[in-house]
Write a protein that binds this ligand. Structure first.
Ligand code: CTP
Length: 404
């Protein structure tokens, strides 16, 4: 079972089957997932939070605020962090709240904020299970796209025999791992991504650089890995690392180094996405000692042109390879982006404008327009960089389908 790098929220509600969820958490962690347990207040009557925090390696979340520190547990951040949510056991009461948007605890609030797939493993007595309100609520959850892991038949905690036993932890873990296996549209594809700025050395302590933080490129790398691609990230100097352990990183400093690495690996790749903010110029010579302040003279730095990495890859692109570029513009955005698409022989260009609040360097959000070779374009609203990465890769997958 492979759940490597997956972020899974395990929601536990107040039913006797909660004791089995300890095994589920253990299986998910063993499969490589990072697990965050969220318990409803009633769940804590059935199983001790310490058991679950020990097994998951993370403090259990139950309240909107952590009691001793007053720290706010953000349901929005949790919802975005999750690749999947599994609620096991799900009582009739929680299912009813989820179906009807009754957000009176941390678990249901997180459920309502989340974009990830949701798996619900009901557990209750047979008569509760058979009640029309339960049936209606479960059908509502299905209509929202949630996956119901049907309870099994057997002896229940009440000693009655019927349908209502929570599915065994081994089977719930299997459902999740099978889900992630088939949710890998980029499986078998090799993607190279450039990210971050480049630093062009002036002397041992100074450089020419820019404000790029690498967030957009890293978000694409993580999302591509999540979709099953083999990802190589060629990164300029940034302060972040990919979330996914599956992403292979090659660190470079200058445009020249980035160029060399890109050309070393491009022939092997199916797709290259160029998000790096490459410096267009570099000092003609690098001083080997720190340049000292002169009394009367102001030093002049002579610049030479850096290679255009994207354009050079565009020139050596073979049929079937896809090349995607970025254009961060301040004016004449569409015309500039389309010009770069043609000039660099790209298949698609992602345009973002510094005129849009929330777009560009350093932010956690971006607002993009995608242009393709046939000059069709698609504009998206302001979204988190994670969501923007998903939109870009959706379009890339469509292009892959047309070239395969
Ligand atoms: N790019 C590159 N190598 C360079 C410059 C740019 O690979 N030396 C890539 C960027 O990663 C991006 C695309 O080309 O995908 C456009 O980058 P941008 O800096 O906007 O393009 P320039 O050609 O440098 O145009 P401008 O005059 O706007 O700076």
């Amino acid at each position: 079972m492979s759940l490597t790098g997956k972020h899974i929220i395990v929601g536990i509600t107040g039913g006797i089957a909660a004791y089995k969820t300890a095994t589920l958490v253990r299986l998910l962690v063993k499969g490589g997932a990072e697990v965050q347990v969220i318990m409803t207040p009633n769940a804590k009557e059935f199983i001790c939070p310490v058991t679950l925090s020990t097994l998951s390696g993370k403090p259990v979340i139950s309240e909107f605020f952590t009691a001793n520190t007053g720290q706010w547990n953000s349901h929005v951040d949790l919802g975005l962090w999750a690749d999947a949510i599994v609620i096991a056991p799900a009582t009739a009461s929680t299912i009813g709240k989820m179906a009807n948007g009754v957000a009176d605890n941390m678990l249901v609030t997180t459920y309502l904020s989340a974009k990830a797939p949701v798996f619900v493993a009901p557990a209750m007595d047979l008569d509760m299970m058979a009640h029309p309100s339960t049936t209606r609520n479960i059908n509502l959850l299905r209509s929202y796209g949630n996956h119901i892991i049907e309870p099994a038949e057997g002896e229940l905690a009440s000693h009655l025999v019927g349908k209502g036993r929570m599915e065994e932890p081994e089977n719930i873990a299997k459902v999740l791992s099978e889900y992630f296996e088939q949710d890998k549209p980029l499986k078998g594809k090799k993607i190279m991504i450039t990210a971050g700025p480049t630093y062009e050395r002036i002397d041992p302590v100074r450089f020419i650089g820019n404000y790029s933080t690498g967030k957009m490129g890293y978000a694409i790398a993580d999302e591509a890995a999540r979709r099953g691609a083999e990802v190589l990230l060629i990164s300029g100097p940034v302060a972040i690392r990919p979330e996914s352990k599956e992403v292979k990183v090659i660190d470079v400093e200058s445009a020249r180094e980035m160029y060399e690495e890109c050309h070393k690996h491009f022939a092997d790749c199916d797709i290259a996405i160029m998000t790096a903010a490459v410096a267009d110029y570099a000092p003609a010579t690098v001083a080997d000692k720190k340049i000292k302040r002169e009394k009367d003279e102001i030093p002049q730095i002579e610049l030479v042109k850096n290679p255009d990495i994207a354009a050079s890859l565009g020139a050596s692109k073979r049929p079937g390879q896809l090349l995607v570029g970025f254009a961060l513009e301040t004016n004449d955005e569409s015309a500039n982006a389309l010009d770069k698409l043609q000039r660099k022989n790209l298949d698609m260009i992602v345009m973002n404008s510094l005129r849009d609040a929330g777009a560009g360097f350093g932010t956690d959000t971006n607002k993009i327009t995608l242009f393709k070779r046939d000059t069709t374009s698609r504009s998206f609203p302001l979204k988190s960089k994670k969501e923007v990465a998903a939109d870009i890769l959706d379009e890339v997958a469509l292009l892959v389908d047309t070239t395969d």
